[in-house]
Design a protein around this ligand. Structure first.
Ligand SMILES: [Zn+2]
Length: 181
């Protein structure tokens, strides 16, 4: 899995694209509450890491059923229902936002060095592997002082910078395009 840094950056990207859907306008420490929700959904698939840390056995608990597209659907349905019944919000909006953040997380985990993802659990427990690797990933079995964590940080910073540059380039081209109207 990539570190929470990369997943948080993805949440920020999703926030930038969808911030106009923030109807509450509420904030916490001057940061929009809407961003915190997107961050929560973006980190949600790693909730099993908590069990891994508590039990001292990451391998047994982490990167299992929570990285399946069906778990993503179930979690998003749950988020939609909670939003609708408890907060009187639009079901579709919160279902879609949760699904987007959750699937983005799965996609990033998929393109990370590791033991593959159980993408279609519970239909099959088979692990699927990417055709190429983008993320070096968080090496949780290494000691805290391991140089591997530096590689993780450098790799993720490079990917974030690369995506930001592509984004800036697209914006630049769109702004320069003369409108025909
Ligand atoms: Zn993950």
């Amino acid at each position: 899995m990539p570190s929470p840094l990369a997943h948080s950056a993805a949440a920020f990207g999703i926030y930038k694209v969808f911030r106009r859907y923030d109807s509450s306008g509420r904030s916490l420490f001057r940061i929009p509450l809407f961003f915190f929700w997107l961050l929560f959904f973006s980190l949600l698939p790693d909730i099993d890491a908590v069990l891994g840390v508590l039990s001292g056995n990451m391998y047994a608990y982490h990167n299992q059923a929570s990285n399946s597209v069906f778990t993503a659907l179930a979690a998003s349905l749950f988020a939609g229902f909670i939003a609708f019944f408890f907060f009187k919000k639009k079901f579709q909006k919160w279902f879609f936002l949760c699904l987007l953040c959750y699937l983005m997380h799965i996609a990033m985990d998929f393109f990370t060095y590791g033991r593959g993802l159980m993408l279609f659990w519970p239909l099959t427990s088979r692990r699927f592997f990417p055709p190429f690797i983008i993320f070096y990933g968080l090496r949780w079995s290494k000691s805290v002082t391991s140089v591997a964590h530096l590689y993780t940080l450098l790799n993720e910073t490079a990917v974030i910078l690369f995506v930001s540059m592509i984004w800036a380039l697209i914006r630049f081209i769109r702004l320069r395009k003369p409108s025909s109207a």
